[in-house]
Design a protein around this ligand. Structure first.
Ligand SMILES: *Cc1c(COP(=O)(O)O)cnc(C)c1O
Length: 475
């Protein structure tokens, strides 16, 4: 630091001094003293930093002091902004866990608003006028959508369903309820970490069950499972490899084969299916993805899935399985601790209803997935045309979108993006400016390019985002 900077630092006004300034005192008319003082502290700390880094000389500091009221006012407004904000996802990753995974359908949002805007029958039976349970609210609808239970005349078991906070909670509850104190048999190829902090061996240990590993990382056979099953075995666990692939010499029994083994030795089979996918992804050119329907129909005792991945609903964990298994889960005291609120039920019910009536495209994730690449290219052309000028270079480039959120590893769909360059800004600088917009835009930075992939941007947002970008960059 130069000696003049040190001198300036010594002369920085004290917090109390700034608070006494007439233009700052005026802010007290509409804000509490504490809020104003907090904003002043932030502003003075910023000045100190600017002096230290050499950004501010005496003149600039004087100038800043002259408009202290304005700066503190801006800081006050900023401090009142919600921290959780809507953003535009231009990354092309459909299920971005960092960006809140699945956006909800208009129907789901409307149903949440309706239920939130007063009282509701969360645990109240309107017919009988007495107390009921929340966990039965969406059970029939979910089973209908999965097309199970109605098979009353077959020898299939009667199915039931319950909802908890997320798939991690569902898996934990299943392990704790069905396997505490006993052994759970898992393939070494499925001892995985899915997303931050969800590690199968750790969650298993916390549930009070003991891990019995079988097979190898790449190959596990039915015989490997059969060899270790004994009186101590409580469960055969299958974990869907939702965020990675093993290629080459690999072998893994199908879920159906595990179910057959489980029946033979009278041990329940539980699958952590994860993705909650209810549509045929082959039609999007995505191969080999596991389907929740197929898992449930396999005859497994219990299947767990996420609500906010490919199902396209709110964060929750769906548990579907035999009536007996679900009844045990419900009687575990942990079930109460893992329950979801009325808003989750509202969003889930509306999302499932879209499947029920065949309006799957109204679920944003599925609608985005289904959009033809050509339609995205046309929107990109329009964006590029409206943004391009002397200082802005905007071109349309081909991209690939991944689904993300721990689903369909290695698979991608064709898409298009606007590649943006602004004179005087590095890629990182441009990406930061985009994130700093009033409605933040999260772009993909790839091989030195800032890409706005429009597959994950709702067409309804085009106009507002374009207007914002034009104001910011096109002058
Ligand atoms: C995503 C996933 C989980 C975790 O789901 P959350 O709903 O995020 O808790 C667990 N298991 C599998 C197989 C998954 O894909």
């Amino acid at each position: 630091m130069t000696s003049s900077a040190k001198e300036l630092l010594r002369n920085l006004p004290a917090i109390g001094e700034v608070l006494e300034r007439a233009d700052v005192v005026r802010l007290r008319a509409s804000h509490t003293h504490e809020a104003v003082a907090a904003a002043v502290r932030v502003v003075v700390a910023r000045w100190r930093e600017q002096v230290r880094s050499g950004e501010f000389c005496a003149e600039q500091l004087d100038e800043a002091l002259g408009k202290a009221g304005e700066l503190v006012g801006v800081e006050l407004l900023r401090s009142l902004q919600p921290r959780l904000r809507r953003v535009i996802n231009a990354t092309g990753v459909l299920l971005q866990t960092n960006l809140g995974r699945a956006p909800l359908s208009a129907r789901a949002v409307a149903h949440m608003a309706e239920v939130a805007n007063g009282y509701c029958n969360l645990e109240y039976d309107l017919e009988r006028g007495e107390r009921s349970r929340r966990d039965v609210l969406v059970e029939d609808l979910l089973l209908d959508v999965l097309d199970v239970r109605r098979a009353a005349n077959s020898n299939e078991e009667v199915q039931a369903a319950a909802v908890v906070n997320n798939c991690a909670a569902a898996t934990f509850l299943a392990l704790n309820t069905l396997a505490e104190g006993g052994e759970v048999v898992v393939s070494r190829g499925e001892l995985v970490e899915i997303g931050g902090g969800f590690r199968v061996p750790e969650i298993l240990a916390k549930s009070g069950a003991m891990l019995r590993e079988v097979g190898t990382t790449n190959k596990t056979r039915v015989a490997d499972y059969a060899a270790v099953i004994g009186p101590q075995t409580r469960m055969i666990l299958r974990v869907h490899r939702s965020n990675f692939e093993i290629r080459g010499f690999t072998e893994q029994p199908s879920l159906e084969e595990l179910v057959a083994l489980g029946k033979r030795v009278a041990v329940p089979v539980f699958e952590d299916q994860g993705t909650g996918c209810l549509v045929d992804l082959e039609t999007f050119g995505l191969h080999g993805e596991s389907s929740l329907r197929r898992s449930v129909r396999s005859g497994a005792s219990l299947v767990a899935a996420s609500g906010d991945k490919l199902l396209g609903g709110p964060q929750c964990g769906l548990l579907v399985g035999s009536e007996q298994a679900i009844a045990k889960l419900r009687s575990n005291p942990l079930f109460r601790a893992l329950r979801v609120d009325k808003l989750t039920y509202a969003a889930l019910e509306a999302t499932l209803m879209a499947y029920r009536v065949g309006d799957e495209d109204e679920i944003p994730v599925l609608g985005m997935l289904r959009t033809p690449a050509e339609a995205i290219r046309r929107r990109c052309e329009r964006w590029a045309d409206e943004l391009r000028n002397d200082a802005v270079r905007a071109t349309v480039v081909e991209t690939r979108c991944v689904i993300g959120g721990g689903t369909t590893p290695g698979a991608s769909v064709a898409s298009f993006a606007v590649s943006l360059r602004v004179a005087g800004l590095s890629e990182a600088g441009l990406a930061a400016r985009l994130r700093g917009l009033e409605l933040p835009v999260v772009a993909r930075v790839n091989e030195g390019q800032v890409l706005l992939d429009l597959r994950t941007v709702a067409p309804a947002d085009d106009d507002v985002v374009l207007a914002m970008l034009r104001t910011e960059f096109v002058r």
